[in-house]
Ligand binder design. Sequence first.
Ligand SMILES: [Zn+2]
Length: 287
Amino acid sequence: MVTVGSHEPDTEIAFVSGHPDRRPRPAGALPIQRAGISWTVRIDESTGDLRIHLMDEFPPEMLALPSGLTRVTWRRSARARRVSLRIDPTGGAVVVTLPMRATRKAGMALLMGHADWVANRLAALPDAVSFIDGAMVPIGGEPHRIRHAPTARGAAFLLDQELHVTGAAEFLARRVRDFLRQEARRRLTGLVVAKAGLIGVTPNRVTLKDTKSRWGSCAPDKSLALSWRLVMAPSFVQDYVVAHEVAHLRHMNHGPKFWALVDELTPHTKVAIPWLRAEGARLLRIG
Ligand SMILES: [Zn+2]
């Protein structure tokens, strides 16, 4: 049986999986095609074994569905039990996940059968915002206009609700992104340190990612990962997500003790979770 899986946001706010096609392909990996879907085979240097490398996602392609031209990303997954569809808000695409043995044909059949669902979901996505001169970008929930300032000195800087970006026009998008990441690191790690200090825990490290699957995570080795996109969210949302992950340093579960600790660390849970559900997809459409 096949099902259409939309993403059920939970408190971790799972949205979509990443774009592994942007990952560098490991050296020696050999892409192969089968059933129209490629994955890579590589030789394990230490054992000499030939291994199927689960490079599991591919650049999107435009397909003509009954509902119109649609951006489709194919994803091969060793863990998937059935063919499924979901929406990738950042890429504005429908992602078709195929278990290892499923054919592209099975994916196409599911896609065709749910063309209207796909079209409606893609149409409902917030407008994409590019980092160009004049575009509005939220920082800490406050709208800021990107202002290209080619002759100004130094790096990008904030002034009067505007983000001034120096340098040549072709580097503008990258500079905005760099600025936001840097700003995310400053604000979010500051919050982590403060909250971890409150309950006497110390994270191993804090990594900023462009995770498409969650706003934050805490690994068993006590390393925290946070999405740089949180810098765009209001500060009460940042406060909640950091509190949530810091609380995991003490409790690696979502039990009552965990939630009690989150409440000790932030007063914003009840407003931040609905905010992320309602507005989170918008942050994924920016940049
Ligand atoms: Zn959690």
